[in-house]
Design a protein around this ligand. Structure first.
Ligand SMILES: [Zn+2]
Length: 140
């Protein structure tokens, strides 16, 4: 199976009314997450009310796209045929304090470590704009 055929089998995100602003921003290469208008807490994943103060006024804010690797797992047996193995499932802690489930690209996994700096990267060539993180390599 070719790399193109594999990508064609990949399940794509389906935006909801709640998550639509995230995907619209991703299509333009911007990482946007919700921020509580009352207490300032950032939220990920999209949510109807702040998890700290329960206010329902959350604004979409562009964030840095920088963070650190919180956890990861290298997958050798995919759950779907739409993924070329091995790939790295990761949890990234953004500089804004929230953690995102993602994947880590531009590395074979031999050079990664918990706490290493990472940055967001968007693939807008897919049917939906997919977000990934990659080692940023520089001091922050
Ligand atoms: Zn709040």
């Amino acid at each position: 199976m070719s790399a193109t055929e594999i990508v064609e089998l990949r399940p794509m995100p389906v935006p909801s009314a709640l998550s639509r602003p995230f995907w619209d921003a991703a299509a333009t290469g911007r990482l946007c997450i919700q921020q509580c208008s009352v207490c300032g807490r950032y939220e990920w994943t999209p949510i109807d009310a702040c998890s700290a103060c329960l206010t329902e006024t959350l604004d979409w804010q562009q964030v840095s796209g920088r963070g650190s690797l919180y956890s990861y797992s290298i997958v050798h047996r995919p759950q779907s045929p739409g993924f070329e193995v091995p790939y790295i499932v990761a949890i990234v802690e953004l500089d804004e304090g929230v953690r995102m489930l993602t994947d880590l690209i531009d590395t074979d996994g031999a050079d990664i470590a918990i706490g290493m700096p990472v940055e967001v990267s968007f693939d807008t060539s897919a049917p939906m704009p997919l977000y990934h993180f990659r080692p940023s390599g520089g001091a922050r």
